[in-house]
Design a protein around this ligand. Sequence first.
Ligand code: NDP
Ligand code: MG
Length: 391
Amino acid sequence: MRSVSIFGATGSIGESAFDLLMHDGGPDRWRVVALSGGANIARLAQMARALRAEIAVTAYPERLNDLREALAGSGIDAAAGPAALVEAADRPADWTLSAIIGAAGLAPGLRVLERGGTLALANKESLVTAGRLVMATAQRSGARILPVDSEHSAIFQALGGDNLDSVEAVTITASGGAFRDWPLERLADATVAEASTHPNWAMGQRITIDSASMFNKALELIEAQEFFGIDPARIKVLVHPESIVHALVSHKDGGTLAHLGPPDMRHAIGYALHWPDRADLPVARLDLAAIGSLSFRAPDEERWPALRLARQVMQTGGASGAVLNAAKEQALDDFLAGRIRFTDMASAVEATLDALTARPGFATSPMDLASVLDWDQQARQFAAAWAVREA
Ligand code: NDP
Ligand code: MG
């Protein structure tokens, strides 16, 4: 029996993974080691019971008693807090899904890599904040990272084991999110509810808003650079409203391979779960005759300044990814709380990037977990103060 752990089980990606396991025999086919969640204790306990997990962990120490109560009589261990997440990641499992949202996903994922485990990586923030550290850790221990973000899974699949030598460019697609066709002058007044809708994908609220602002694609550009080790000029973005083609790999000889699939994360998660095999997955099959046509257009950097900021980070390197991500997380909190407007998010991130990359010590900062978390904290503080001052 293969053993699995899921970090961020109660989220959108976590629920899709849970669904795949339950469709595939549940606890009779899979030995579930650890499941983690955050505030949703009831759902975490329900999932842990359904999969007969060894341990359930909530990110919040103050919720430990609630979790213990919810698991009473089940024989499942309960634990809480960031250190408990890392300890749970240390428990041997053949396959671990990293699906916590935000920079909080970095430490547990790193621990899996340190012990040489296979990490299915949905938490793109790990690569954005500490790509060099993540990849070097995996290389040192012989751990394998399998991409779960749909575009990166698509590139990985289209490469089909080829190396990048003959690859001229990789292209990730973007639906364009909620405001693809809005007049530019309306964007400043976009509400949280308006930004929380997505034309094609059902995802968590934070990544849905990041899709409307294109910060999600900004993170994915950096994620592609770090994971595939490909230089920035060869990574492109194409707006593709139908979300059917997820990525394209273009070779030097003029041939391009595209990966197509329904907008359902269970495909990318299931691909990583069964890799290198392909399993029969409970996802809808594409009906291209019914879809009829697919369209593509170049992204507009005036509408989506996040793409320009990603390019800046890809050139700067070092801790600039951690700064961009943390400033973006803070700006998103401020937007959700009504403290800043939709278009202020990019302004806050740009101001934070410009200020922090000019600080003494930035250029020489080492790439280790403590330094990354320190730049993350500095960026959050700067962005929060920006929101109070400027918005
Ligand atoms: P959700 O917000 O739906 O879920 C996040 C998960 O992380 C939940 O289990 C949540 O617990 C938990 N969590 C929240 N805060 C913390 C914290 N501080 N420490 C530990 N755990 C925490 O996110 P998604 O599932 O949408 O996204 C997860 C990751 O996958 C992100 O990195 C995202 O970028 C990536 N991704 C998501 C896609 C999607 O379709 N949703 C597509 C591609 C990538 P609780 O809910 O119990 O509070
Ligand atoms: Mg994606």
